[in-house]
Structures are given as structure tokens and as C-alpha cells.
Design a protein around this ligand. Structure first.
Ligand SMILES: [Zn+2]
Length: 266
């Protein structure tokens, strides 16, 4: 799942492998846009902000990407080239002996001046996995509290409130907190809810896993996420589900009607 933790792991891996590498050759094509050349430039840094990936170059350019559900950055052997009828490949960078880095099926890919990265990530709230989270959690709490009637799960997913958290971590952290996903933000302890999600994601990042149960067996990795009608792993009650709504942040949701009681919080 391309959530803040997996994007951060990807950024760290790409940075470790490729930072400082000169670009020998490249291709970048996006619909009718003018092709951008990276050959002769140097990839200096790969960083993550929320679910956004930023590749910075010595020339002062940033290649910004967002994987959403389907995109991926893959490392290919040195001198690899895509076949002429490649899948929806957006860009590749030949980084010499370290390999060729290629964007596959990337829904968001654009080049901006590094000094203007705010135009693509400036709308994001505090990053739940960034080093400054402890200093900025108050800002994130205030953002969520500003819309007290919004369901907490939707508020968690709105990247303008806080960024990096995805549906998996929102659903599972609300389960751990015993909070109904449709509880009004104003009716719950927002700071405790954000802190819980932060601690769970940090643990997932450090352990390189998105299992929230600590169990890695198939079908046992999550308490309620993806478990519609199957028994809650804590109490056995069939897990409830609601499909995504019209709002882009109103994603599909799972919860346990017993462990996340509506009576207490809604
Ligand atoms: Zn339960």
C-alpha cells in the first residue's frame, strides 16, 4: 500500500542507492508536454513528504511523483531500456552502474524548480512521519478540530490536515482506539487519535511492515481493514463496511460494530 511509511522507505532506499549519481541518459514524456532531458545532470537527493516523492537534481530541478494506487519506481539493471511499446512509462533515468530508475504507471509526474516545490506540496499539513511531527502535532490537531462535524476517518485522510497517513493506517488506528470511523471529530480526543496513528505508523516504518496485528500470516495482518463480513480478530463480530463516498477523502471503510461502538462517540 503506497502510504506515507512505504513512500518514506522507498525514498530512503532510492536515496541510498542513487544519491550523487550522474544521469547518463534519460527519457521523460508526459502526454503533449515538451520532453525534459536529465542527461548530464546529477541526482542529488530523494526525499518523501507525506505520500509525495521528490527527486532533486544538481541543476535545481525536482522530479515530483505521487504513486496513488498503481504507480511504482523500479530499479532495472544497468543499460536497461524500455521496450518500444512499454507500459504507461513516464520517465526513466540511466544512472550508470547503479542501474536504471524507471517510473511505471505513474499517475502524477512533473518537473518543478526545487525552489518552487511548495507549488506541489505546499497544501500538505504536518507530515505524520517527519522528524518535526512532535512540534507540529498541535497544528494538525487544530486543522482537524476546525471541522468538528466531519467524520474523524475522513478528517484523517485529508492530507491538508496532516499528510502521510493512508486509508490502511486510518482504519486500523481507529480500531485500536475503539473509535467509530464515522464519529464526529469534535466528539473524540483528536490529539490522542493522531498520536496513536503516528506511533503505529512509526512502528510499521521501523519494522518495514504494514501488519497492524503483529501477525504476518495471510488474512491475519489487519484487525478490520479488508475484512468485510469476516470476524473481527479481537471479538469475532462480523466486520462492517461502507463504500467510498463522493468526497475524495471519504474512502472505503471497515470497522468492528462491537469494538468501535457508535453509542459512545457519535
Ligand atoms: Zn471487535
Amino acid at each position: 500500500m503506497a502510504e506515507g511509511d512505504s513512500i518514506r522507505r522507498l525514498a530512503t532506499r532510492l536515496h541510498t542507492t542513487f544519491a550523487g549519481a550522474p544521469v547518463l541518459d534519460s527519457e521523460y514524456r508526459r502526454g503533449g508536454e515538451v520532453p525534459v532531458r536529465f542527461a548530464g545532470d546529477t541526482l542529488t537527493e530523494v526525499a518523501a513528504v507525506g505520500k509525495h516523492l521528490l527527486m532533486r537534481f544538481a541543476s535545481g530541478r525536482t522530479l515530483h511523483s505521487h504513486l496513488r494506487m498503481q504507480g511504482s519506481w523500479r530499479t532495472h539493471r544497468p543499460a536497461w531500456r524500455p521496450r518500444p511499446v512499454a507500459d504507461r512509462l513516464g520517465a526513466w533515468l540511466d544512472l550508470g552502474e547503479r542501474g536504471v530508475l524507471a517510473a511505471h504507471d505513474m499517475p502524477v509526474l512533473e518537473v518543478v524548480a526545487t525552489t518552487r516545490e511548495h507549488t506541489v506540496i505546499g497544501h500538505l499539513g504536518p507530515d505524520i512521519l517527519a522528524a518535526d511531527w512532535a512540534e507540529r502535532i498541535g497544528e494538525a490537531v487544530a486543522n482537524v478540530a476546525a471541522a468538528p462535524d466531519l467524520p474523524i476517518r475522513q478528517a484523517l485522510m485529508d492530507q491538508r490536515n496532516l499528510c502521510g497517513i493512508g486509508n490502511l493506517w486510518a482504519v486500523e488506528s481507529l480500531f485500536i482506539g475503539g473509535i467509530h470511523p464515522y464519529a464526529r471529530s469534535g466528539a473524540i480526543d483528536i490529539a490522542a487519535t493522531l498520536d496513536r496513528a503516528h506511533r503505529m505508523m512509526l512502528l510499521g516504518l521501523r519494522n518495514a511492515t504494514q501488519s497492524t496485528t503483529g501477525d504476518l500470516r495471510r488474512g491475519r495482518t489487519h484487525w478490520v481493514y479488508g475484512r468485510y463480513r469476516r470476524p473481527c480478530l479481537r471479538c469475532g463480530t462480523p466486520v462492517a463496511f461502507r463504500a467510498a463516498g463522493a468526497d475524495p477523502y471519504d474512502r472505503e471503510t471497515w470497522w468492528c460494530p462491537h469494538c468501535q461502538s457508535t453509542r459512545r462517540q457519535v
